[in-house]
Write a protein that binds this ligand. Structure first.
Ligand code: TGC
Ligand code: FAD
Length: 391
């Protein structure tokens, strides 16, 4: 029997193929070299200064649009994409967010719903990290209920004219292309908007106390005139953007466990070295109870993510199952980070350690891509057959 590994107590590694491990190790190595030495500083400054450089490097290792096929994308499995998200978020949720929005939202929308011309125009450069994408669904007054969005796209001859506002948009002010969702006479449609189009601007949102190493922006659309072929032809109705969310939410199911793992490991390392009452604090029964509970939720969460990944690869994953995973794993990850913080005592609040940074990041992760309550209601509806959203 293999010896007990405190970092993999259930032997989950045995479920992975050599290719899965190679993907994981590549992304882990990249994050260790390129993110971990700098991220506390970026976080403190509230910036992601080398975003464009990082995006190109992520493109070079195949991490952008990773499970998509063709157009320069890696064509990786869902499990491999999930492992990459876990490793990126173990460094910082902001890096995973940048990759999620690029690959699972902006690129996925163009790949699934775009014309062949739109795919050829945008995807190879996005896969290489040469063009950054963003995904504008949320508005200042409409977050959980995107069906009520006010952004409008009207026909003017063969052109489209877009007016409205989007809020809290990751990658917004660095994007070369914005996938914008707007109401039309035929329902919600998506548009690939080159961000140098007159009338488009993306002021950055400052003063965030979470996701500080991430670019978040407003999108302002004032009479943005687009040619007829800017609309994504394959999507009509809210199901278009919501189907993109399934993919990004799936990445978060894995990613949240990365943030939790980082906090668990920081706490374990700290508790074995730190002494109080003449003994390492890891030797106290109350501390060990915390470690046992954290490990149980961490590795249950990774098993759940792996299970959902196998279902996605098999084509059997349902949106309600993604809600199950997002609800559980983000909620448990936050609990693990908060518990880890207590183990570090006062040092737990310092940026010298990753714990508080992860805990505050996860407050955003808990809200974006569907709040806790949205995922409870999605599951509630599936379990009871009754829709609580609109009564
Ligand atoms: P509802 O009537 O239930 O559905 C409308 C149409 O959409 C279909 N649908 C889905 N299709 C695919 N996947 C899903 N998950 C779907 N959920 C619903 C549905 O079948 C229907 O299709 P059809 O053909 O019958 O018209 O819609 P509703 O208005 O009642 O709303 C449902 C609700 C509340 C679950 C939905 O609006 C929702 O998910 N709200 C949360 C909004 C949200 O998550 N926004 C995220 C914005 S992007 C972001 O946060 C990026 S963060 C950065 C990062 O990822 O790192
Ligand atoms: P609201 O919808 O106003 O909700 C407020 C509270 O009310 C929540 O607790 C909610 O659960 C609760 N609530 C609402 N309706 C109900 C109900 N029926 N029953 C019970 N409770 C309810 N969006 C994008 O489109 N693209 C992005 O790239 C993006 N990036 C983001 C990055 C960051 C850092 C953050 C913080 C957000 C980002 N978002 C993005 C926006 C995010 O998706 C929304 O914040 C989220 O969907 C919630 O919307 P809201 O903030 O308007 O909250």
């Amino acid at each position: 029997r293999a010896p007990f590994d405190p970092h993999d107590p259930l032997g989950i590694d045995d479920l992975l193929s050599p290719e899965d491990r190679a993907v994981r190790d590549t992304v882990r190595g990249w994050a260790a070299d390129r993110v971990l030495p700098h991220v506390a500083d970026w976080y403190e400054r509230g910036e992601l200064p080398s975003l464009r450089e990082l995006a190109r490097e992520l493109g070079a290792i195949g991490a952008l649009g990773m499970p998509l096929t063709g157009y320069g994308c890696a064509g990786a499995s869902a499990v491999q994409y999930g492992l990459a998200c876990l490793e990126l978020e173990a460094a910082d949720s902001g890096i995973r967010s940048m990759v999620s929005v690029q690959g699972s939202l902006a690129m996925y929308a163009i790949h699934r719903y775009g014309s062949e011309e739109q795919r050829q125009e945008w995807l190879p450069r996005m896969a290489a990290g040469e063009v950054i994408g963003c995904f504008g669904l949320t508005e200042p007054d409409h977050g959980s209920d995107p069906a009520s969005m006010r952004t409008r796209a009207k026909r003017d001859g063969s052109d489209w004219v877009l007016d409205g506002r989007k809020m809290w948009i990751t990658n917004g002010s660095v994007a070369g292309v914005a996938v914008v969702w707007a109401q039309t006479e035929d329902g919600v449609r998506g548009f690939a908007v080159p961000t140098d189009t007159p009338g488009f601007s993306a002021p950055e949102i400052h003063h965030k106390w979470s996701l500080r190493a991430s670019v978040t922006s407003e999108l302002v659309l004032d009479g943005v005139r687009l040619p007829a072929d800017a609309v994504l032809p394959g999507a009509t109705g809210l199901g278009g953007p919501l189907s993109c969310l399934n993919h990004a939410r799936y990445g978060i199911v894995w990613g949240a466990m990365g943030a939790a793992r980082s906090c668990f490991e920081a706490a374990l390392d700290y508790a074995t070295g730190r002494e109080q009452f003449g003994r390492p604090i890891a030797g106290f029964q109350l501390t060990q109870a915390k470690f046992a509970d954290m490990a149980v939720e961490l590795h249950k969460g990774i098993l759940l993510a792996h299970h959902l990944g196998l279902r996605m690869d098999a084509g059997t994953l349902r949106p309600e199952q993604v809600s199950f995973g997002k609800l559980n794993n983000v909620r448990e990850a936050i609990e693990i980070c908060r518990t880890a913080r207590t183990i570090l005592g006062a040092n737990g609040i310092s940026l010298e350690y990753p714990v508080m940074r992860h805990a505050t990041n996860l407050e955003s992760v808990l809200t974006y891509e569907g709040t806790v309550e949205m995922h409870q209601l999605v599951l509630g509806k599936a379990l009871t057959g009754l829709d609580a959203f609109r009564g």
